[in-house]
Design a protein. Structure first.
Ligand code: ATP
Ligand code: ZN
Ligand code: MG
Ligand code: MG
Length: 467
């Protein structure tokens, strides 16, 4: 292991990701709050277990709900501590300042090794590098649980309400006009509209990678809005075609880009353009009153999502949250109470509160009875369902686009001629994956209830009144 072969790739709230300079691999390391940096909050064994739990949860639970074809669970690896320390020093200056409230785990030497989804192997280095688009779509439906106490929650989606809270609390300077309900609608116009707003204000919901390098993302706290010209500069070579080769307008380039992305999101997940006509599920679930999409523009109603699409699978899994946090919290409390009344470790283990995330865990949540019989088993199953839904509300989709004409035609001249004569947008082959499928801890549920209350009251105070 040579630390010089690895470089900073990105990070989220819980982990920091390094990529290999040649191989299509990443290492995902845990992060700790900076105040714990002298004193690791868990032992090596606990760190190893935590990462093994992530692998198990992804491969045994989420993959069966979301579809194996989208999931890469990876494996736990043990790294030399000296290697990890050197790496942590080397990447420190590349980390965004606003993420530095946490430090990389340099004590356990444990990491998750995954395929690098931003530089897929199908890409040949001599050709145009693949474009990879990462979308963190967030929750795509409005709750219909009878436990919801505030009417606004059934009209305005969580993401749109949360935006007001994030701006009010100073996390972001500008509100994003992206609405997940538009993205999950299955209606091409609404999806197009949603993606346009992701591009305009990506926050932590949208990133673009070219040849494995992030070329477009938000810089939190910074005042400079993103430069659309630099994005167009990157995209233009991928979307030149036909007689418009010279003067393809910026608008056309962006439209084509979004079009290709919408196709990939509605597809079965792999392969090229077109593909089979798939069964579409239901109407677009609903409409968020905060969305700026003009309802009158929905021409022929909503088509719903194809049942083999990544968005459909994610939405279905999110909808395992049937109670809403307000209905779930009393069930969480029932489990808590039971664990206090019977404080034997074996009870916690039998109920699989902290795993293991195996087939039995999946069965517990899939075989949950519809009626509450007052039992702790019912409560646990609902809590498990809720936690799985939380993971699906927090995951990311990675769409890798490879210009497909290059795969078939080796003769560059011929390709250019064909592209020139064609008046259709260039074809791409794409692959779609889902990443960031960590289990959400059992004790995060009370925090979820408090956050929900804060977001709703902030929205009622400020949001509804704002234009
Ligand atoms: P969050 O705050 O969203 O929960 P996290 O801390 O759980 O994030 P990830 O989302 O898994 O961390 O990873 C952080 C970033 O690293 C991702 O947004 C993505 O850009 C990149 N990344 C993660 N896994 C991979 C992968 N397998 N291939 C390529 N890039 C990856
Ligand atoms: Zn919304
Ligand atoms: Mg993430
Ligand atoms: Mg995460």
């Amino acid at each position: 292991m040579d630390e010089k072969d690895w470089k900073y790739h990105g990070e989220g709230n819980k982990s920091l990701v390094l990529s290999h300079v040649q191989l299509s691999r990443v290492l995902r390391l845990l992060k700790y709050p900076a105040e714990d940096s002298e004193n690791p909050p868990q032992t090596v064994e606990q760190a190893f277990r935590q990462i093994q739990n992530i692998v198990d949860f992804s491969s045994n639970v989420m993959s069966s709900l979301l579809g194996e074809k989208f999931i890469h669970s990876g494996e736990v690896v043990k790294l030399p501590l000296e290697f990890v320390r050197q790496l942590s020093i080397r990447v420190q200056h590349q980390r965004p300042a606003w993420r530095c409230d946490k430090v990389m785990d340099i004590y356990s030497g444990c990491a998750l090794c995954l395929p690098n989804l931003t530089s897929p192997v199908l890409h040949q280095p001599t050709h145009t590098p693949p474009l990879c688009i990462e979308i963190k779509p967030k929750c795509g439906f409005l709750p219909s649980s009878k436990h919801v106490s505030k009417d606004i929650k059934t009209k305005v989606c969580r993401f749109c309400m949360h935006q007001h809270y994030k701006v009010a609390s100073g996390k972001w300077r500008r509100r994003s006009l992206y609405c997940p309900l538009d993205l999950f609608s299955g209606n091409r116009q609404r999806m197009h509209f949603a993606i346009r707003h992701l591009i305009e204000e990506p926050q932590n919901n949208f990133k673009i990678f070219k040849g494995g390098q992030c070329i477009y993302s938000s810089k939190e706290g910074s005042d400079d809005s993103l430069d659309p010209n630099s994005l167009l500069h990157h995209l233009r070579p991928y979307f030149l075609y036909g007689n418009n080769r010279i003067n393809t307008t910026s608008k056309a380039v962006l439209n084509d880009f979004i079009q290709v992305l919408v196709n990939a999101l509605l597809s079965g997940g792999g392969g090229g353009d077109g593909g089979m006509v798939t069964e579409r599920q239901g109407e677009g679930r609903s409409f968020c009153e905060a969305s700026h999409f003009n309802k009158e523009r929905i021409r022929h109603g909503s088509q719903g999502l194809p049942s083999d699409s990544v968005l459909f699978r994610i939405l279905q899994t999110q909808m395992l949250d049937t109670q809403d946090i307000e209905g779930l919290y009393p069930l969480y409390h029932r489990v808590e109470q039971h664990l206090q009344d019977f404080p034997k470790e074996s009870i916690r283990t039998r109920l699989q509160i902290d795993g293991p995330y195996d087939e039995a865990f999946l069965e517990k949540l899939q075989k949950c009875p519809t009626e509450d019989d007052g039992s702790v088993e019912f409560a646990v199953a609902k809590v498990h369902q809720y936690r799985v839904a939380m993971t699906a509300k927090d995951c990311s989709i990675m769409v890798a686009l490879v210009p497909s004409s290059e795969k078939e035609e080796d003769d560059e001249g011929q390709r250019q001629l064909r592209d020139f004569l064609s008046s259709r947008p260039p074809a791409f082959s794409y692959s779609v994956s889902i990443l960031d499928l960590d289990p959400k801890p059992f004790d995060s549920i009370p925090r979820q209830l408090r956050l929900d209350q804060k977001i709703v009251s902030c929205y009622l105070r400020t949001g509804g009144a704002l234009p």
